[in-house]
Design a protein around this ligand. Sequence first.
Ligand code: ZN
Ligand code: ZN
Length: 136
Amino acid sequence: MEDINSILSKVGLKCTKQRISVMQVLSDADAPLTVENIYDKVDGMSLSTVYRIAEKLCEKGIVSKHTIQDSDKFYYELINGEHRHYAICLGCKEMRYVDICPVHSPHIDNFTVTGHKLEIYGYCDKCQKKLNTKGR
Ligand SMILES: [Zn+2]
Ligand SMILES: [Zn+2]
């Protein structure tokens, strides 16, 4: 991956310390993060500053924002060229990367396909166990 400074300057953003730390947290993460998740990992920034920076990075197209079923939170991730799919737990809302692409892009008449989005919903082991216990 390109270094953070050059990504920021390429889209015309000043490389402030705060933007760099948000980018760093996102690039170290192995799943998309909420503003609260990012906030927990950066120093000396308010939640609203983190939110503003994340939104700015989205606006510039270097971070993408996901919404997931049954959650009012946004999940941010750094776009690094490749597309990704996620398995999302309906219990704890944990998002995991799925390292395969289960989609075969269809041929659509008079339409050029440039990408797709797909989220897989289910329950992680922990939440599945809880469900089983409740059911008994
Ligand atoms: Zn879960
Ligand atoms: Zn795919």
